[in-house]
Design a protein around this ligand. Sequence first.
Ligand SMILES: [Cu+2]
Length: 149
Amino acid sequence: MPKVWIFQKRHAQWLIVAAFALVAAAALIRWDASRTAGALPAEARTIELVTVEFKTSMSGGKEQELYRWDPGNISVQKGETIELCLNGFQGKSHPFVIEGLGIKGEVKKGETTVVRFTADRVGTYPIICLSHTDMRHSGPMIGYIVVHD
Ligand SMILES: [Cu+2]
C-alpha cells in the first residue's frame, strides 16, 4: 500500500512538471506567433493625390494660374504605413520634397509617382512643389501630411 502511494506522488510530480512544460510551451508559441506577426511588413493604406490647376483673369486681363495638391491635407495615424500616389493631372511637372520624411520626387502629367512611408512621429510634414513655390510662380503648391496619435 505505501508503495502505491509513493508511485502516485511521483506520478503527481510528473503531472505538475508536464503541466508547467505545457504552459511554458504554449506561452512560447504565443510569444513567437506575436513576434512573427509584428515582423511582417505592415499593410499600407493608399492615399491618392492629384495635381490641379486654377486659372483666372486678373484685373487688366492678365491670366494667372495656380497649382495645388488635391486634397491639400492628409491625416495619418502615427505608425501607419502609407502608400501615397501622386497623380499628375494638370501642370507639366511638379518636382517635390516632403519635409521631415526625407522624400523627394517628381510628378509628371499623366503619370503617377508612388512614395511609401511609415509615419513614426507626430507632426506636420509639408509636401512642397519646388516649381510652384509662391504666387509669382503659380503657387504656393503646398500640401500637409498631419500625423496624429
Ligand atoms: Cu507644382
